[in-house]
Structure formats: C-alpha cells, structure tokens
Design a protein around this ligand. Sequence first.
Ligand SMILES: Cc1cc2nc3c(=O)[nH]c(=O)nc-3n(C[C@H](O)[C@H](O)[C@H](O)COP(=O)(O)O)c2cc1C
Length: 184
Amino acid sequence: MSFQKIDGVEIAARAHGEKCWNAGESAGGRMTRILIVYHSQTGNTEKMAGAVAEGAASIESIEVILKEAKDTSLEDLLVCDGLAIGTPENFGYMSGAVKDFFDRTFYPAEGKVFRKPYVVFISSGNDGTGALSSIDRIALGYQFKKVYEPVIARNSKGGVTNEILAQCRELGQTIAGGCEAGIY
Ligand SMILES: Cc1cc2nc3c(=O)[nH]c(=O)nc-3n(C[C@H](O)[C@H](O)[C@H](O)COP(=O)(O)O)c2cc1C
C-alpha cells in the first residue's frame, strides 16, 4: 500500500486488493468506505481532493480511499459506499482522465451501483459548469444519487482559496457522515 500526503494529511492510497492502513471493523461491521477519485494537472484539484479527504476522515469509522482517476479501478468503485469526484474543467468538460475512469467502469458497473451517493468538486479558470453537467449526465447513466451541492473553484490562477478548501472539507464530512449514518 502507498500513502499520499496532501497539505499535511496522510491518506492511504489503497492498491488493488490491499487493506487501507486505517481500515478496520467498526462496532456494527466493516468501515464505511468513501472513494475520492480525481485528476489534477497543476495541483488545484489535488488540493481540493486533500481537503475532501480530510473532511471525510474526520468522521468516525470512515475509510478514505483517495486515488487519481488513472489508478482507480472498478473494484474501488464497487466496494465504496459513496464517492466524491474531482476534476479540473478542461475545454468545457471533465478532464480526460476522469472520463477514462468512467469509460473503463461503466459497463462492468452497470446494475451494481444503483443509488450510490456521490458529490462533485471542480477547479476551473472561470467557469466549471461544463465539467459539472458532463459528470452529472454520466452519473445519471450509472444511476448514482447526488447528495450535496458541488464545490466549484473559479479562480485557478490565484490558487485554491481557504474558503474553497473549507467547503471541500464540509463536502467530505457530509458524504462520509451521511453514508455512515445510512441516510442516503
Ligand atoms: C487544456 C485546458 C483546458 C481548460 N479549459 C478550461 C475551461 O474550459 N473552462 C475553465 O473555466 N477553465 C479551463 N481551464 C483552466 C483549468 O480548469 C484550471 O486551471 C484548473 O484550476 C486546473 O486544475 P488543476 O490544477 O487541478 O489541473 C483549462 C485548462 C487547461 C490546461
């Protein structure tokens, strides 16, 4: 297993078939798993992913799986209880790496991810709506269930603000807390 450190937060990047470092059994059974799948070219979305992971990890009995889209497998998707999808907006769409994750997993996941809760976070230069609508449209095909408003950073040149990072932490807490409580 490998570890990623983003803004001081150490998160296990679980390799296929391996257990996460903080995985264990909660009182009622296995840990609730939150998958954070993202792509980042210049680091903005990666910072946001780290904050989402930090928020999710702050909830008790949560196992956070933080992975770049290119390394994210079908199994990661199938075994998670909820997912957060992060992308930069590239040419008015999600990044190619996130689209590739969807391309690889769509048919094999068909019928196995019904109403799986998801949230979205996006980094953009000035827009973000194209990336958001493209993800939401594909999520409809998977029959995922959107459980919280997206976080969209719209000022990539200035870097990701503390306010956006706080929103990302809240996003992580919300999906993790809701999945753990079984309210979705
Ligand atoms: C090839 C390319 C295409 C882009 N297209 C858009 C776009 O359509 N709309 C937008 O608002 N920003 C666009 N941007 C800006 C990025 O979305 C922005 O810099 C983002 O913060 C990058 O995230 P990252 O640091 O995680 O890679 C584009 C950047 C690149 C490199």
